[in-house]
Design a protein around this ligand. Structure first.
Ligand SMILES: [Zn+2]
Length: 109
């Protein structure tokens, strides 16, 4: 999961170096309001935890897609493809739903 806020000047996403799971956790670590410089236009922005949004990280998305695609089954050989597809699909969905839940938990906090 990655956390970002949208720069008010250039509307680009600026990512936070934080592992906070909720906005409360973020406010405990970073304060009720903090300053971050936009990585795109260098504008110093005042950010509050409420303006921070979570999204699935690329690694989680890639893992979910790869495993969901049955790579596990292909590596296991022809006999394993059926089982692998099933397992891969389940694992992919599991990672995906986990990642989605993390994002939802943060965005609803
Ligand atoms: Zn900017």
């Amino acid at each position: 999961m990655k956390l970002f806020f949208t720069c008010p000047v250039c509307q680009k996403r600026v990512y936070l170096d934080s592992n906070a799971k909720t906005r409360l956790e973020l406010s405990i670590h970073w304060g009720e309001s903090f300053h971050l410089q936009c990585t795109n236009c260098n504008t110093p922005c005042q950010v509050t935890p409420n303006s921070v949004v979570a999204e699935k990280s690329t690694i989680q998305a890639v893992l979910a897609t790869t495993l969901g695609g049955g790579t596990v089954g292909i590596l296991a050989g022809p006999l394993g493809i059926g089982i692998g597809l099933l397992l891969g699909g389940l694992t992919g969905r599991y990672i995906d739903s986990n990642a989605r839940k993390e994002v939802q938990d943060f965005n609803n906090s």
